[in-house]
Every structure is written in C-alpha cells, then in structure tokens.
Design a protein. Structure first.
Ligand SMILES: [Zn+2]
Length: 93
C-alpha cells in the first residue's frame, strides 16, 4: 500500500474507527515508513495540543498570581526592614 492510501486510513486509525485489517495495514506500513510515522506523530501532537489548549488558557492566570506572591514578598520584606530600622533607632538611643 502506498503512503497516500495509508494516510487516509491514519485519520480513522487515530479516531479508533479503522477496521481491524486497516489497523494492521497502517501498523505494518508504519514499521517500514519513517515519513508516515512522522505524519502520525504530527497528527497526534496536533490532537493533544487541541486537548491541552483549555488547560493552557487557564494557566495564563498563573503569572498574575505569581506577581501577587512577589508583591507580598516585597511588602513583607519592607515591613521587616522598617522594623529593623526602628529597632536600630531605639537601640542607638
Ligand atoms: Zn508511508
């Protein structure tokens, strides 16, 4: 079977709608054809990307909360510094 026919079946193969003999043909072809293996992995990557997209979108809120943590740390350090300066001032007296 040539690559073009195999690639038509690969779509069905990925969606688990391929027939048993088609699966066998695809798998046999993938063993001997690097190009079609790459084609399949590219196909799967794209599908996974689509699946991951919603979680990637929700991850965009992380830098915001990360920034909040930085702000809290700066404020916390500022308070400690102020206390140290006040203590030093009292100690000098
Ligand atoms: Zn091929």
């Amino acid at each position: 079977m040539d690559c073009e026919s195999i690639r038509k079946i690969i779509a069905a193969y990925i969606n688990h709608t391929a027939l048993d003999n088609e699966i066998q043909q695809v798998e046999e072809h993938l063993c001997i054809c690097q190009d079609c293996r790459e084609y399949l992995s590219h196909f799967i990557d794209k599908k996974e990307e689509e699946k991951l997209l919603p979680s990637l979108k929700s991850q965009k809120s992380i830098p915001k909360s990360g920034w909040d943590i930085v702000t809290y740390v700066i404020i916390y350090l500022g308070i400690i510094l102020t206390l140290v300066i006040v203590f030093l001032f009292i100690f000098k007296k």
